[in-house]
Design a protein around this ligand. Structure first.
Ligand code: NDP
Length: 601
């Protein structure tokens, strides 16, 4: 039910938001986090698949796609659809799937609806079991894309990149790997994603802990028992488990830990906003009756509504479209009452509807949590888009279990860790096992996140080129780096809620560019400096969107509360008209066959 708020309520909410933010601001921002070292030095290893010995390759390849997650898979599929056959995926993981390969923690699922989240469903024949599907089902879909499009055939899995260097004489990238391969690629597509390098919380003494410890993205099933499909983790029946972090990952695995562990301490720095999920099975008969082309229609409908556009119906109808529809409808109310269309009205509509939404989310905590002190601590005091919104129907309920203890750190984080446990507010919590749910490196430099650099024309390094912020045409091509394609969403649609839609749309453009080059005998494709500059000017001319900014509690969505300088603005910019405008622009741009701004040589 929609909450009615007085002006006084709204003022009190703002004051509380400011106080909660100030409490959490810290001078070290992203620097607070640590890279894996010491007892965690093997954190980046693949614990799921043992790399098999193989001969090193020394060969040419037409398209090398780095990263076999949805970015790489969808792009590879689009290339195959366009008749480009010589495509080789490369990934340090032992199988395809990207984040869905690495994240096998209990309860892992995606809370973007499967109908739009699983790319190329019509092409590969996937029927989702439910509105929101679990990680193993998503991983199976990724594998199906690889199988149906023949992307396994040449894939180099369990293989890490060491270097990618442009060779002007041959108009190819020379790519070296940690398996001794030398690959000479006409094109390189970089689909390495923003969430693949786990980070550690900067808690003093973490290294000294003598018990068991692992990061959620490398779940230790041998220790916990159970399995990713949800079987009880019997190995924890006699264990005191602590989990550090209460972000989107922790929210999903805590109900499972609560069910299995003898005792569970949840160390909370900032509570997540937990809205209802309302999952339900998908009726296969209804699904079979969908018209061909349904998935693009659903994706476009979702994105239109999620970015406050207009559509006759809400096909997905979930928490994401609810957020946007509330803001849109409030804007209409304000304009009908004589307000002007413009940024101020948008901001007011956003703030009003967000106040109501977040009040409902806080009320929901009270309606579920029995202990009033725990309920107070579990209430989020910030705007919903300051952090990744969470949707779950069992998370809050876990705190009613007698074995599950909320250790609220009042925004400060865990004080320190010693050989036997964790300290908060002068109290020691004895632990046998620490589950680290502190997330991934998002705001650090490109080379730090990937572990290697790309060098372009004249030996220029991509990390240097982007030191003051990303530069590109369409978020895809970079001047000085011929034949390189970035698979992402920055400087493009900037679509965050349904990330795979970016790959589905951008893949069509990439396939068109390569086909055009091949047909015209060109061996180099690169945006002109002028075209790149013009694109950057265009996308940074207007700050679009209302995602959390300086008044938010710190986190990965807002540069950990540090000022968004030119670099951060460049990295997070997108088409000023929003994702749909970008997708339309890209479609028109590629359909002319002229690819304005790109130089083919
Ligand atoms: P996050 O970065 O979102 O969360 C990290 C958590 O660790 C936060 O709660 C953070 O607190 C906490 N933390 C960090 N340092 C300390 C400390 N010193 N003491 C105590 N707590 C600490 O990582 P996640 O893995 O949860 O999520 C990463 C991303 O993955 C999400 O943004 C989302 O995009 C994606 N994801 C999506 C899912 C879905 O579809 N449902 C599920 C899982 C992940 P604080 O908030 O105060 O910084």
């Amino acid at each position: 039910m929609t909450r009615t708020l007085t002006d006084g309520d709204r003022r009190a909410i703002r004051e509380r938001y400011a106080a909660e933010r100030d409490k959490r601001l810290r001078p070290d921002g992203n620097e607070q986090y640590a890279e894996p070292s010491g007892r965690f030095v093997n954190l980046l290893d693949d614990t799921y698949v043992q790399a098999q010995p193989r001969e090193s390759l020394d060969t040419d390849v037409h398209v090398l796609v780095v990263g076999a997650g949805f970015a790489g898979l969808v792009t590879g599929a689009r290339l195959k659809q366009a008749g480009i056959e010589d495509v080789r995926l490369i990934d340090k993981a032992g199988d395809v799937g990207g984040v869905w390969y690495w994240n096998r923690y209990p309860g892992a699922m995606c809370d973007t609806a499967a109908m739009i989240y699983l790319p190329l469903m019509e092409e590969v024949g996937t029927v989702p079991s439910a509105k929101y599907v679990p990680a193993p089902e998503i991983h199976a879909h990724a594998k199906r894309i690889a199988t149906v499009f023949g992307l396994y055939d040449k894939a180099l899995l369990s293989t890490g990149i060491v270097s990618i260097d442009w060779d002007e004489a041959s108009s190819r990238y020379v790519v070296r790997t940690d398996r001794g391969d030398t690959l000479r690629a006409r094109y390189v597509c970089m689909g390495t994603g923003p969430l693949h390098r786990p980070k550690l919380p900067g808690i003093p003494g973490l290294q000294s802990f003598r018990g068991h410890a692992f990061h959620t993205s490398r779940w230790d099933w041998a220790y916990t028992g159970g399995d990713p499909t949800g079987a009880l983790m019997t190995g924890l029946a006699d264990k005191r488990v602590g989990i550090i972090g209460t972000g989107a990952t922790a929210v999903q695995c805590i109900p499972h830990l609560s069910r299995a562990a003898k005792d569970l301490c949840v160390f909370q720095r900032t509570p997540s906003a937990i809205d209802a999920r309302n999952n339900h099975p998908i009726d296969p008969e209804w699904f079979a009756g969908l018209e061909p082309g349904w998935q693009r229609k659903w994706m476009m409908n979702f994105t239109t509504l999620q970015t406050m556009g207009f559509a006759d119906e809400d096909l997905v109808m979930d928490g994401w479209t609810d957020i946007s529809l509330r803001i849109r409808d409030r804007m209409i109310e304000i304009i009908k009452a004589g307000g002007e269309m413009g940024p101020e009205t948008l901001l007011k509509a956003y703030e009003d509807s967000d106040d109501e939404k977040m009040s409902e989310i806080r009320d929901r905590v009270d309606s579920i949590i029995v202990d009033p002190r725990a309920a107070a601590a579990l209430k989020p005091w910030y705007r919903q888009l300051c952090k990744r919104p969470c949707f779950h129907d069992e998370y809050l309920q876990s705190f009613n279990n007698p074995n599950t203890h909320l250790v609220d750190t009042d925004g400060k984080g865990v004080e320190r860790i010693d050989e036997t446990g964790a300290w908060v507010g002068g109290v020691h919590h004895e632990l046998d096992c620490i589950v680290i749910a502190s997330g991934f490196e998002v705001g650090t430099s490109y080379s730090r996140r990937s572990g290697y650099d790309v060098t372009g024309r004249g030996g220029q390094r991509l990390s240097d080129c982007w030191a003051d912020g990303m530069r590109s045409l369409h978020g895809m091509n970079v001047h000085g780096f011929p034949n390189l394609f970035i698979l992402g969403f920055s400087q493009a649609a900037n679509q965050i809620a349904n990330v795979p839609q970016n790959y589905v749309e951008n893949g069509l453009a990439i396939a068109a560019i390569m086909s055009h080059a091949d047909a015209s005998g060109a061996v180099q494709v690169e945006p002109s400096q002028a075209a790149e500059d013009a694109w950057i000017d265009f996308i940074t001319s207007v700050t679009r969107g209302i995602r959390g900014g300086m008044d938010c509690t710190p986190g990965s969505y807002n540069n950990e509360g540090r000022e968004m300088g030119r670099r951060e603005q460049m990295n997070s910019s997108g088409h000023p008209g929003g994702p749909i405008a970008f997708f339309q622009h890209l479609e028109q741009w590629r359909s002319t066959g002229e690819f304005e701004g790109l130089e083919f040589r």
